[in-house]
Design a protein around this ligand. Sequence first.
Ligand SMILES: *Cc1c(COP(=O)(O)O)cnc(C)c1O
Length: 382
Amino acid sequence: MSVPFIDLKRFEDGITEQYTAKVNEITKNTQFIGGKEVEQFENSLKTDNSVEFAIGCANGTDAIQLALRACGVGPGDKVLLPDLTFWATFEAVVNVGAEPITVDVDLQDLQMDFFLFQEAVEKFKPKAAILVHLYGWTSQYVYEFRKYAKEKNVLLIEDGAQSYRVKVNNESIYKNAYISTISFYPAKVFGAAGDAGAVLTNSKELAERVRSLGNHGRELHYSHGLVGWNSRLGNLQASYLNINFPYLNNRIQSRRRIAERYRNDLKEFQVHTTPGLKSLDGTILKSSKTGIQIEENGYLNVILIENAKREKLIEHLKKHQIGYGIVYPEAVSEQKGAKPYLKHKIGGENAKRITQSVINLPLFPYMTEEEYEEIIKVMKSF
Ligand SMILES: *Cc1c(COP(=O)(O)O)cnc(C)c1O
């Protein structure tokens, strides 16, 4: 029996019908740009995350660029980011003309190392930093990052592309961020029918700048106060996201259940998670140094295994037709594309070590019992 790494086709009955009806309606009205679907979606985002402002945009990469530009980050400015993240975080910094500096990650939670971050702030005096919430959880120091950044006047942008419905002390991870970004790429936990993204903030001023930048710097239809670009969220995408919103709870529950079962059933492997993680029954698995309680969204399963063994495990999984991922195979600072832009990095080689030892097992909503048991059987026979 084969099990895919991810199967986007496991969505609930009725979604295609609802979407087809919306496509018909929107096409008849030719209301493709802007309109009530986008408005409804932005309102749902605000309510769901207890933030003041939500602005839809074209994708998660643009969302970071919009946030950076709205914060006034541009040529000559230094921006810190973790050495372990999706490449888009780095691209966004370079695309706004700023200078990226990578910060190594913490081996406990695999997120940007807070102590190295402080060191980097002192050493480089950056204008901004991007804190990425990777793997479906966050840093146990997330509050400390925010507090320290504020004290030092470093504009902290949170790349929450992977962290929809991650909760910190029972609140949305996005709630108390200065400005945060989301991706609705179909393979994220909350996926659109194509590309889509959003920026969330509690600042009216930032929200207005984001909205204007993503709509040709508009003040009025033909009055342009800024040079932005076109990064609008389309009405069709928004309608698909609106239709999917009510199903999100079930999907996240399904993901979290699988994530938790992996931890319980694969004790001989190092199924990784963050200190402070709250399991489904409310217990804290490994207490955090900061006392924080983190609820995961089950975005990815993360296993760390020594490199030589990983090669063998990959062979074994391939032989038994079990899908797997390597998220990510290279640290940001090791990427060929980073060379022309990366003048400084801080910390050691933790990110590199993780890339050499990480492997991800299948994790998607509505995985069947048979599929799950097959994965466990194959893993136990390794
Ligand atoms: C997916 C992702 C992005 C980019 O989002 P897109 O919608 O694909 O542009 C940015 N950062 C992280 C951490 C991501 O996982």
